[in-house]
Design a protein around this ligand. Structure first.
Ligand code: C2E
Ligand code: CA
Ligand code: CA
Length: 619
């Protein structure tokens, strides 16, 4: 091949090389060079200045029986022979060739000839052309010929051109590797990032790979508090210290990734069963739990861990991570600093949740939400004083679902507002229909409001609009809010409640007694009614502690001049006990289950639910 063509063909091949293919492409090019220059052997080496060594990248032809480790693989300049050593900083090609030996020579210089004669082996000539990037020598392209090799001026020019092509590929590969490093690692900690974790798990979970593959999901407890109280620098420092400790404690080949925030995933190298994964989680938890001092504050660093297993060929990466995530959630919910292993029960739960999430999106348009009503009666007379609208979802495959299984899912995917507006309109519409028929005239419709709704802009206006649209007397509508939300954001709540008062609706505090914390605000909030949480009512009459609490709530309601409703009256004993202590408004399964709208209308027509507590045990 003419030299011009050779350089062009080398350029074409090297141009196509990537980080992944560069070694193979380089080897192919070396084979061409060996043939074109008529040499016996050729090699490509890169310098690693960080460790002062030269590394073999490609060679041609391949050496037979390369020992492991290859003595030519990594050669440190410090203990290399002069030709290798020169490659550290050489800027110009270096040539070495055996001297032509005169036949009549008999002085001690004829060493080479004597060696050749004695061994029958010719000594090699060598050419080493530096790869340069600016004034840094980044590697060497080498050629060896057994015997004499003269390089013509054209050949030399071609060599220089080819060496510069190799240097370009090298620079590109380094840049590409750097880019990949950045793309696969987390800035703050230098650990792998989510993308790298996903790629690793995809590979580990391909069918035929050794399994099971385990994943440990670690979640730092209380990071939010550190960020909030000590600032983000402290939080970052905390995360870095944690990452360092994690790296120290895991083995080589284990993958550690930070998913962002305070979430880390460890994937042990090789197959790991549940026991081994759990043992590792315990070990990590033990070493990660220690005291750290940040800004003069001693903090205890604890971590919650979730363990899950995946079977290659059966489970996907997202299956495995979802399970580990679910497990760590359980560990956190159990109070933190705990370890949980993913179980089938969790699996059912998360499957259910996913399904709900999927279908809930269009449930509101599809008209599959319905309201049931729970009557509230005066237990002295049986008169129906109010009714509470309770939402249900007629699910396509799972039957009639109760709100506990979908309300919080709706909140987590930002559907609470839409769902709440639907409930508000549906309840007001049906209630106004009853009043138009002349029933439920003095009754109250109670509507549950989710915490998210309460702090949403425009909530008060939408309540006012709905009441106006259905021409209801605002006093006959009561919104129920839970105790926890009142306390969480007391200022917003205060403003919203004041707005609702202006509209004229009533407000009840639901599940009262479960938090106690609202007590301090009771006097200053415009609240009309307390609903005693059913947890205190179920066993009333047999449980003295519950009775003490209920009596305290009754006293409180009297002191603040609030209406009081007991929820969850299931037994005549509970009903009688409430009556004895002065609470006569109640709802509960003893009086009625939640019923569909038409059944509620029938009850309103009758006006009373017959009450008879004669079977009750007196205490
Ligand atoms: P809640 O507001 O405390 O509603 C009372 C719940 O207690 C209802 O459950 C009712 O069926 C149940 N209950 C009533 N009496 C008894 C009894 O004697 N024994 C027992 N074991 N249970 C009784 P449900 O319908 O499953 O509702 C659960 C919760 O879901 C409600 O608790 C409320 O917080 C929420 N919810 C219901 N409807 C809505 C709604 O439209 N919007 C919002 N945001 N939340 C709603
Ligand atoms: Ca309620
Ligand atoms: Ca309640």
């Amino acid at each position: 091949m003419a030299l011009d063509n050779l350089v062009t063909s080398v350029a074409t091949k090297l141009m196509a090389a990537t980080s992944a293919t560069s070694a193979q492409v380089s080897q192919d090019v070396l084979a061409d060079l060996v043939a074109s220059f008529g040499v016996d052997f050729s090699f490509l080496r890169y310098n690693d200045h960080a460790i002062r060594a030269t590394k073999l990248i490609a060679e041609w032809p391949p050496r037979p029986d390369v020992p492991d480790p290859d003595p030519l693989g990594v050669v440190y300049f410090a203990d290399a022979d002069p030709i290798f050593a020169a490659a550290e900083t050489a800027k110009e090609p270096v040539f070495f060739s055996p001297e032509p030996v005169p036949d009549d020579s008999d002085d001690s210089d004829d060493y080479q000839r004597r060696v050749q004669e004695a061994s029958g082996v010719a000594l090699p000539s060598l050419a080493s052309v530096p790869l340069l990037s600016g004034d840094i020598t980044t590697g060497a392209l080498g050629f060896i010929k057994i015997g004499i090799k003269d390089w013509s001026a054209e050949e030399l020019n071609a060599l220089l051109a080819i060496a510069s092509l190799f240097a370009q590929v090298q620079a590109r590969v380094v840049a590409e590797d750097q880019l990949r490093y950045l793309a696969e690692h987390d800035d703050l900690t230098g650990l792998h990032n989510r993308r790298a974790l996903l790629a690793h798990l995809d590979e580990r979970l391909t069918a035929g790979s050794p399994g099971p593959v385990s994943a440990l999901f670690l979640d730092l407890d209380r990071l939010k508090a550190i960020n909030d109280y000590l600032g983000h620098h402290a939080g970052d420092w905390f995360i870095q210290a944690f990452a360092e400790r994690l790296s120290e404690e895991t083995g080589e080949g284990d993958l550690i990734a930070r998913l962002g925030g305070d979430e880390f995933v460890v994937v042990p190298a090789g197959p790991t069963d549940a026991d081994a994964a759990l043992a590792l989680a315990h070990r990590l938890q033990a070493v990660l739990r220690d005291r750290v001092t940040i800004g003069g504050e001693m903090l205890t660093r604890t971590v919650s861990a979730g363990v899950a297993l995946g079977v290659p060929g059966r489970d996907t990466t997202s299956d495995l991570l979802r399970r580990a995530d679910q497990a760590v959630l359980n560990a956190k919910n159990a109070g933190g600093n705990k370890i949980a292993v993913f179980t089938d029960e969790m699996s059912l739960k998360s499957e259910f949740r996913n399904d709900i999430e999927l279908h809930l999106q269009n449930v509101i348009d599809a008209g599959t939400l319905i309201l049931h009503y729970l009557p509230e009666v005066d237990m002295r007379t049986g008169e129906i004083l109010a009714t509470e609208a309770l939402v249900r979802w007629q699910h396509p495959t799972r039957g009639l679902l109760l709100p506990d299984s979908f309300i919080n899912v709706a909140e987590s995917i930002n559907l609470a507002g839409e769902l709440g507006r639907w409930v508000m309109r549906a309840a007001c519409s049906e209630f106004s229909g009853w009043q138009a028929r002349g029933i439920a005239k003095d009754a109250i419709i109670r509507i549950n409001v989710s915490p998210v709704q309460l702090v949403t802009d425009g909530f008060v206006e939408s309540v006012a609009d709905t009441i106006a649209e259905f021409k209801l007397d605002a006093k006959s509508v009561c919104l129920e809010i839970t105790e926890s939300v009142v306390v969480q954001d007391i200022e917003t709540t205060r403003i919203t409640l004041a707005g609702l008062k202006d509209v004229g609706v009533q407000v009840a505090i639901d599940d009262f007694g479960t938090g106690y914390s609202v007590l301090t605000h009771l006097k200053s909030l415009p609240v009309d009614t307390l609903k005693i949480d059913k947890g205190f009512v179920f066993d009333l009459g047999t449980n003295p502690e519950d009775l003490a609490i209920v009596r305290a709530i009754i006293a409180l309601a009297e002191a603040f001049n609030l209406e009081l409703v007991a929820e969850g009256v299931e037994s005549p004993t509970a009903a009688l006990t409430l009556l004895q202590h002065g609470c006569h408004r109640a709802q509960g399964f003893l009086l009625s289950r939640p019923i569909p709208g038409p059944a509620m209308a029938d009850l309103f027509t009758k006006k009373v639910i017959p009450v008879d507590f004669s079977s009750a045990k007196r205490i």
